[in-house]
Structures are given as structure tokens and as C-alpha cells.
Design a protein around this ligand. Structure first.
Ligand code: PRP
Ligand code: ZN
Length: 298
């Protein structure tokens, strides 16, 4: 009998597409994908990737068409509120928060418009593709405004006279800038989330979900980690160890022909910024080298 295969839905084209594929490759998945194909076959894991509209991902997983989905918290939360408003149960389950796809749902007004806090939203028309999140935000802030629900191109609504301001996603901010809009309030901070079907999985599938989640955790840990090497005067060792970000037990190695100095090697579980290197150098370190960590299993 054929091994059952997991189906994982990701965004077809957009903010999450490349980072989602990237993280799967880092988890060891080899996929073949022709351009414009709707599904990619996992060659070395019983897992296939489906490319779909991000807004469809919660439903696909909720209805068990796909076992897993990678989707933005913004889409998930909007769907959660929509289901609740319709009296339907929310059945998809969040497995992991992921460290990519960061963006935020914001309120933005035309550049020249004054804005003096949430109260100035009273009676305004707000264009959005996130009516449920916006409605919740307005309710929580005891403001009543008209929600103009659009299916896209929200940022041009004020110029067309369809709305006074917008509630839309921002990541780099270039869309807002190009449309002469200014961010005034954050409604939701978002990032990618891995969700799973509410139904029980066959044992083999379930085993692979566990492996995938464990690898995802490893990938996230490694992304921030660096291997740092440097030379330090013995006298400055204590200070230098204190400056190494998130490292517990550095390896200290004597240097041939240089009795006052040692080499220090350490895994830092946080990013090593230029500022840290400058501080280390000031403390007496030399020959500083920072390397990326590829895999980690502890
Ligand atoms: C959002 C939003 C803007 C853009 C902002 O669309 O509607 O168009 O991203 O990004 P920026 O700040 O980097 O310019 P998204 O890509 O999520 O498309 P979708 O809503 O159709 O899925
Ligand atoms: Zn979308």
C-alpha cells in the first residue's frame, strides 16, 4: 500500500511564499516544482506542498482538505472572527508561531489629514479587506465608524473618495508611502503560523508532523545562532565572556607562543551585531570571526 502523504498548504504568491519554501528546504524537504504548478511533490518526505490563496488556507485545513497550513496570523484571526460571527466553530489548531512573515494590520490616513487618536475615527468611512478585525478594534475602542469592505486595492480607496482612511497590512511601508498614506494605529501584529487539521492523523502522518515541528524548532533556533571565534588576553577573559551574547560555555584554547592570550570559541544563541563586536574589541579581543550555524540538535 502507498504511504499516506501529508498535504501542506502555503501561499501561492505573496509575502509568505518564498520564506515558507525556504523554511521547508531548511527542514530537509526536497521538492520539485514547475513554475505555475499548484502542487509540489516532496521527494524525500511523504509531504506535498499545495500553492493556494492565503485567505483559503484556514478553510482548507479546517475542512481537512489539507493536513497542515502555513499562514499569516492576520488571515487566521480574521477567519476566527468570521467563523464566530456566523456561529461556526473554529476547528483548525495552531501548532507553532514562526519567525517570518512579520507585518502589521494598521490604520492609515491620507498624508495631510490630521489625526488625534482613536476618537477621531468616529463617523469616518474605513476601507479594508479585514472587516472582522477592524470591527473588533472599533468595538474595543468604543468608536463607531463605517466599514467599507473591499476585496483588494484598499490603498487607493481614499483617493477614489470611497473612504476617509484605510485599515490594511504593512510590512515595508512602501505601499503606504506610494499612496501618500500615513500609519496612525496598529490593529494587529502578525507573523506566520503553522496550523493543522482538527482531525486525528494516521500514525505515519502524525509521526511526520512531529518530525517537521521538531525540525522547524531547530531551524528557528539556528537562525539566530552564531559561532564566534576570537583571541583574548587572559586578563580580559571575564569581561569578554560577559559580552558574548547568549553563550553558556565557551571553549578556551591556549595559543602557541603567546602565553598571555587565549582563543575563545563560543556558540551565541542570539544574533551578534557590530556593536557587540566593537565592545569585544574594546575589551581587548582581536582576530574576531563570526560564522553562521547551519544545524543544531541538542
Ligand atoms: C498587503 C497590503 C499591501 C502590501 C503592503 O497585501 O494590502 O498591498 O501588502 O506591503 P508593503 O508595506 O511591504 O508595501 P498582501 O501582499 O498581503 O496581499 P493579499 O492581501 O492580497 O494577500
Ligand atoms: Zn490574501
Amino acid at each position: 500500500m502507498d504511504e499516506p502523504r501529508l498535504k501542506l498548504a502555503i501561499q501561492k504568491s505573496g509575502r509568505l511564499t518564498d520564506p515558507s519554501l525556504d523554511v521547508l528546504v531548511r527542514c530537509g524537504l526536497k521538492i520539485s516544482r514547475g513554475k505555475d504548478q499548484l502542487m509540489a511533490y516532496g521527494e524525500n518526505m511523504p509531504l506535498d506542498v499545495l500553492f493556494v490563496r492565503d485567505d483559503d488556507i484556514p478553510d482548507l485545513v479546517q475542512e481537512d482538505v489539507c493536513d497542515l497550513g502555513l499562514v499569516g496570523l492576520n488571515v487566521l484571526e480574521e477567519k476566527r472572527l468570521e467563523l464566530a460571527a456566523r456561529g461556526h466553530p473554529v476547528r483548525f489548531q495552531a501548532l507553532r508561531t514562526l519567525d517570518f512573515g512579520r507585518c502589521r494590520l494598521v490604520l492609515a490616513v491620507p498624508q495631510e489629514h490630521p489625526y488625534e487618536g482613536v476618537a477621531s475615527l468616529q463617523g469616518k468611512r474605513i476601507a479594508t479587506t479585514y472587516p472582522y478585525l477592524l470591527e473588533q478594534y472599533l468595538r474595543e475602542h468604543a468608536v463607531s465608524a463605517e466599514i467599507v469592505t473591499l476585496s483588494g486595492a484598499v490603498e487607493i480607496a481614499p483617493r477614489l473618495g470611497r473612504a476617509d482612511l484605510i485599515c490594511d497590512l504593512v510590512s515595508t511601508g512602501s505601499t503606504l508611502q506610494a499612496n501618500h498614506l500615513r500609519e496612525v494605529q496598529t490593529v494587529l501584529e502578525s507573523h506566520a503560523v503553522l496550523i493543522r487539521t482538527p482531525l486525528a492523523l494516521a500514525p505515519l502522518k502524525s509521526e511526520w508532523v512531529e518530525r517537521l515541528v521538531m525540525r522547524l524548532d531547530g531551524v528557528q533556533q539556528v537562525r539566530e545562532s552564531k559561532y564566534i571565534m576570537l583571541h583574548a588576553p587572559r586578563a580580559a577573559l571575564a569581561e569578554i565572556r560577559r559580552l558574548l551574547p547568549g553563550s553558556e560555555f565557551p571553549t578556551i584554547i591556549p595559543l602557541e607562543g603567546s602565553p598571555d592570550k587565549v582563543a575563545v570559541h563560543a556558540v551565541c544563541r542570539e544574533n551578534v551585531f557590530w556593536e557587540t563586536l566593537e565592545r569585544l574589541k574594546k575589551a581587548g579581543a582581536s582576530a574576531l570571526l563570526v560564522l553562521p550555524v547551519e544545524k543544531m540538535l541538542s
